[in-house]
Ligand binder design. Sequence first.
Ligand SMILES: C[S@@+](CC[C@H](N)C(=O)[O-])C[C@H]1O[C@@H](n2cnc3c(N)ncnc32)[C@H](O)[C@@H]1O
Length: 493
Amino acid sequence: MTSVQAGYENTPYPHYIHPLTDVARLAALGQIFGMQPAAPHAARVLEIGCGAGSNLLAMAARLPGSQFLGLDFAGPDIVSASALAAEAGLKNVEFRQQDLLTWQPGDARFDYLIAWGVFSWVPNEVKNRLLALCRECLAPQGIACISYMTYPGCKQSETLRDLLLMRTAGCAGASEKIAAAHQTLDFLDRACATLPPEMAHAGFLRSEVGRIRQKEGHFLLHDDLEVNRDPFYLLQFTSWAGRHGLRYLGDAEFHAMLLENLPAETARELAAMKLGHLETEQMIDYVVNRSFRATLLAGVEATDGALHPESLARLCFQARLQPDGPWQPGDPEGYFLTTGGKRVALRAPVLIAFLRALAEHPMAFTPFAEILRAAQAAVGREFSDDQKALLCRKLLSLYGGRNVEISASPFLPSATLHTHPRLTALNAALARQRGILATAFQEAAQLGQPEQACCARLDGTHGRAELGAATGWTGEQVDAFLHVLRRTGCLAG
Ligand SMILES: C[S@@+](CC[C@H](N)C(=O)[O-])C[C@H]1O[C@@H](n2cnc3c(N)ncnc32)[C@H](O)[C@@H]1O
């Protein structure tokens, strides 16, 4: 057993669910980047370094027609993941204790390959094996999603990691290491607080100290104090992937690729440099001091790499803009409020009608064709092909500005709340064993004590009064919590 494996077996990693790895989202991005990826409800999905499996379990429960395989060399995590799958009655997910270095996929091919929190934190031979596996077992239109630490953001914070490693080198066990790290962080925080403001490093160091201090012990151990923690520039990562026959498809956070999201003057100056798209993204990383990336890779021959706005007509949408005031089809402008409360004016009637129809079901992911029908009904006429093409281009731009969400999988929250509500089988198990819930948006909701007490009784046999008595909540508080669970797809039926 390697020291890395022993580290993960002795101090398990926390239970995370990563929205950016959602295959419904990866499928949408793949289409935007010109691919024909497998439909999320009929896909083969591999997660490497899956830990205790919360991420994969959440997707397996939502997408029963897809097959999921999770690999990790930490035995206790795999036992826990398999037990949870069995308790939740999930037959479409399998977990195997397996060292990535020795795993042979044989003929197995996958439409999606996820490696979250792995690449930067393993030795180089494992990094190479991970990229080789992407090439070897991705289907021709398959997509890999790999996260890693990135420069320049990680460059400055490396000095602090160096110090933490020095101060914890002699510690015997995990808890001693965590305590020594906190002692060092506390000292630095106090020391920097006494420095005059013109010493610019003090402010930066204090904010870094604050960021690391917030991490739970086991996360601190497997992140900042991990033996391997290798950041890469985007250009380094993509050229390494290129040596394995993989191409950079794009960023899992689409908006992060776009110049338009920088201040206008910076965007203009950078555009005038006429750099290639990778070099431009690398420059953006410098402007925003990026420290973490989730990169999508595909086989070199999988796509031409251009953006395909017309693909949006096959996808599902979730509103981020809410109409602000009435609008008639003849009005030149329609007003909307962003999630941050900013008022924006839009001009294209086809877009305004579409967004107003979309906002009718704020939590849902609704297919394009359905929203279009409602929009056309609202304006009393059919849109031309040119108008639909314009709509797709405008929607892509809104997606780039985070003013609409996109998925390849529809979701419609149940309209009613039962008198005796029941959690989905997976959520009942997750709440009991891990203190979290998995939402329909591939997010983990952390449960405090009263929420856990409530969830323990959401088995279809308890009414509002009993839930109130168990939690100490008022009837309104119980209702508010239950409605959040309903809207986020955590309840059964
Ligand atoms: C930082 S954790 C991330 C876990 C999970 N992906 C997440 O983000 O919540 C890294 C995981 O990779 C696994 N791992 C590291 N090296 C591995 C290897 N050579 N073979 C299999 N799993 C490995 C560890 O056991 C650990 O569960």
